[in-house]
Design a protein around this ligand. Structure first.
Ligand code: SF4
Ligand code: SF4
Length: 82
């Protein structure tokens, strides 16, 4: 999997996958936050990106994939952990 431009938030792995945000694609629209039934996504301003970006914790994530489906930019990816 290509990891360029991708970073991982909350990478205390409790699952064999986690969700990562591609900053190059994300517009900060917040659609992913509303889609998460686990309340597992919060958004914070990123100085480096220049707009708010979601922070996705592994803690309560059940890997349902709803945030990926909700993202109009396809900015969310599932990263397989080693
Ligand atoms: S995969 Fe599901 S539970 Fe995990 S962050 Fe996305 S919407 Fe929330
Ligand atoms: S839905 Fe996609 S583009 Fe919108 S804030 Fe979430 S990751 Fe970024």
């Amino acid at each position: 999997m290509h990891h360029g431009g991708v970073y991982v938030e909350g990478s205390q792995a409790m699952h064999n996958v986690n969700i990562v945000v591609n900053n190059d694609m994300c517009t900060g629209c917040c659609e992913c936050i509303g889609a998460c039934t686990q309340n597992n996504i919060c958004i914070m301003m990123s100085k480096t990106v220049g707009h708010p970006v979601p922070f996705i914790s592994d803690e309560d994530c059940n890997n349902c994939g709803d945030c990926l489906k909700a993202c109009p930019q396809a900015a969310l990816l599932i990263k397989e952990l080693a």
